[in-house]
Structures are given as structure tokens and as C-alpha cells.
Write a protein that binds this ligand. Structure first.
Ligand SMILES: [Mg+2]
Length: 379
């Protein structure tokens, strides 16, 4: 039998916005929004906790954010700076393990089952990492989730944000999953959530009442994923060299649409979100794929491979418009639209910056026992 793994998910708190507040102290304590101009179709790439109080969140249209908080300070992204901080934090991760899988500039999974320092407690590793991140980046905070699989580690890091650590041990997992609202399951958007509600599924416990076959019948391929996750089954490894195949965004409508102008608008919103995601993942691809599902659930895709990197909403839309005209849009009602980018320039985007700075292991100092600010479980 495999030993129980120890996985940490580290996620920087309000990353781009915190970097801006660090570099411009006059912005501390203010609602700060990093991303697209409110006058444009751009989206919020990140926002400070002060801005979140107004209901603003990342991937929201900047114009909506402006409506919610006209006094917010809107700032253009400075990705060169965020990238530099990102490599600083990855360097810290690599002091503990080679098994680092970055998900974007500001978050990563670490498998610390075995680690350079031979530390038996993943919680203490997480706490050391958080402290080093704070010290070396000039005061940026992060949150950590510690558990035995990727799903739980990621959900956990979100629980005590900002500057928190949450541990879900194998003994705690069952109860935790039972209470977990289904929108916390990765891949559950509004439409899936509504569908789950109508089947009486609100939490992990509700999901567990269903047989796998039934969930597949209700939710297609995702049904099998929901079943496994609800039962604590997630053996996906932490993959330092994972090759990213594609990055996509899609929208399912609660009512099918027929108007192509409306479709273009939806696609523009999707392209803006996709641009945000591509930058966050530091990925540039050359194949653009339009995905469409008609009212009768028939799915089609239309793709084009281009010479320039598809890394902005405007480039993406330039090619998506002609792709749309190669579909039956306007003749057949549509229930889902999506765009994805693949064929990435640097297939090793995800790995090259990881663990090339590895330092010699340092002797481990037991942390100050008086530090009781985080009342977490040592595991
Ligand atoms: Mg983050």
C-alpha cells in the first residue's frame, strides 16, 4: 500500500493587488483593483481584500467592479514584477521538495511526503514556507492548505484566507467532505450547481448518496470525478513537469440563445477571462478553438492555428469571429460557448522555472512554540 501523502497547496493572498500595495504604501487599506480598464471589456485580474468587501472578485468584468466601488483604485497589471515575485516564491518551495507543481504565478502544489529537510510535519513546513515568503518578498502573505490529496489541499488553502493555514488530516476528511458545499468542487459553475440543487445535492454528504453510475448519467464525465472526490479518492500526483495541453473558458446558458450579436458579446467576455488566465499561467498558445454546444447537446469545435501568439483578448477575438461563422450559430439555438487555447509556445512553461535554484538543505530549527496565532493541527 502506498504511504499516505502529504501535500501542501500554497496560494498568495490577493497576489497582484498585494504586490501593488507593497510597492505603493499609500494604497494600503484601500480597495485596489488590478486588471482591465473599467471602460473596456477587461476583467479584474486581482483585487485587494478591501475591494472584496464590495463584492468584487477576480474574473469579474472591470465595469461591474467600478459600479460596485467607484472609489476603488484601478491599476494596470505589471506582470514583469509579478513574475519576479513568482520566481522568488518558487525558489522557496524548492528548498523543501522537487515535487512542485505551479498552477499559476501565485499558487502551487508541493508533495512533501518526503522532503529535503526530513521534516515529518507538513504543517510545520507550510508554516516555514509562509514565513519565508513573507520575509523574502517584503511582507506578502500567503495561505496554505495541508492534506493528503490535491483536492483537499486546494480547498483547505482557501478556508483561512488571508495568511492562514488549514490542515485536513485523513481522520478529518470524511466529516469535512460531508459538509463541503458543492460549489467548492472544482468545475462546478452556476449551471451545474443549479442542476445539483434540483437533484437535491447541496453538500458532499448529498453527493455520497448517489451511485457513481447515476452521477455519470446526470453530469456526464464530471459525474465520475464528483463521485471520487466526494469519497476522498484523488490520487492525482503532484507533477513538476506536467505539460499543459490547453487552457479554456466556457459559459453555459440557463436559456439557449440564438442571436449571433449576443454570442459575440459572450465570446468577448470569455476572451477577456481567457486572457487573464493565460497571463496568470504565463502561457502563450497558437491554436484557438471555439467550442459550441447546440440546444440538442450536439457539440462541435472549430479551430485555427496562427503565427502570432494568442495571448490577448483582441487577438483571440480576431480569429474567433470568423470561426463563429463556420458554425450553425443563428440557425440552431446554442446552450454553451467556449474558447480554448492550445499548442503552447513553451511546452515547459510549467516546469522550467521550478527547482533550478535549489539550495542546500539548511538545518531545521523547531519553530517558536509561543507562536499560537495559527491554531492549527500539527500533521
Ligand atoms: Mg492567490
Amino acid at each position: 500500500m502506498q504511504p499516505i501523502r502529504k501535500i501542501i497547496h500554497i496560494d498568495m493572498d490577493a497576489f497582484y493587488a498585494s504586490v501593488e500595495q507593497r510597492d505603493r504604501p499609500e494604497l494600503k487599506g484601500k480597495p485596489v483593483i488590478v486588471g482591465g480598464d473599467p471602460q473596456s471589456r477587461g476583467v479584474v485580474a486581482a483585487c485587494s481584500y478591501e475591494a472584496r468587501k464590495f463584492g468584487i472578485h477576480s474574473a469579474m468584468a472591470s465595469s461591474t467592479a467600478y459600479r460596485l466601488c467607484p472609489d476603488a483604485v484601478f491599476i494596470r497589471s505589471r506582470f514583469d514584477v509579478y513574475r519576479a515575485v513568482s520566481s522568488q516564491i518558487r525558489e522557496i518551495f524548492c528548498e523543501y521538495t522537487d515535487l512542485v507543481e505551479p498552477l499559476s504565478l501565485d499558487e502551487a502544489f508541493l508533495d512533501v511526503t518526503e522532503n529535503y529537510k526530513g521534516m515529518p510535519s507538513a504543517t510545520l513546513i507550510a508554516r516555514e514556507i509562509k514565513r519565508k515568503v513573507y520575509d523574502r518578498t517584503g511582507g506578502l502573505t500567503s495561505s496554505a492548505g495541508v492534506s493528503f490529496n490535491k483536492f483537499l489541499a486546494k480547498v483547505a488553502s482557501d478556508i483561512n484566507k488571508p495568511d492562514g493555514i488549514t490542515v485536513i488530516t485523513p481522520e478529518m476528511a470524511d466529516e469535512f467532505m460531508n459538509k463541503l458545499p458543492i460549489r467548492k468542487f472544482f468545475g462546478v459553475g452556476k449551471v451545474t450547481e443549479e442542476k445539483m440543487f434540483s437533484s437535491g445535492i447541496k453538500t458532499g454528504a448529498d453527493l455520497k448518496k448517489f451511485k457513481k453510475e447515476k452521477l455519470i448519467q446526470l453530469f456526464g464525465k464530471s459525474g465520475s470525478y464528483f463521485y471520487d472526490i466526494a469519497h476522498g479518492l484523488d490520487d492525482r500526483p503532484v507533477e513538476p513537469n506536467r505539460i499543459r495541453k490547453s487552457i479554456g473558458k466556457e459559459t453555459t446558458f440557463s436559456e439557449d440563445i440564438n442571436d449571433t450579436d449576443q454570442m459575440i458579446e459572450v465570446l468577448e467576455d470569455i476572451a477577456a477571462k481567457l486572457e487573464n488566465s493565460l497571463i496568470k499561467k504565463d502561457a502563450k498558445g497558437r491554436t484557438i478553438t471555439l467550442k459550441m454546444k447546440y440546444f440538442d447537446f450536439q457539440s462541435i469545435t472549430r479551430s485555427i492555428t496562427i503565427d502570432e501568439p494568442a495571448d490577448s483578448a483582441s487577438v483571440i477575438m480576431k480569429y474567433v469571429r470568423p470561426l463563429l461563422s463556420k458554425t450553425e450559430a443563428g440557425e440552431k439555438k446554442v446552450r454553451l460557448l467556449g474558447i480554448s487555447i492550445s499548442n503552447f509556445d513553451d511546452q515547459e512553461t510549467n516546469s522550467v522555472k521550478v527547482c533550478k535554484y535549489r539550495q542546500l538543505p539548511l538545518p531545521f530549527k523547531f519553530p517558536n512554540a509561543k507562536d499560537t496565532r495559527n491554531d492549527f493541527k500539527l500533521w
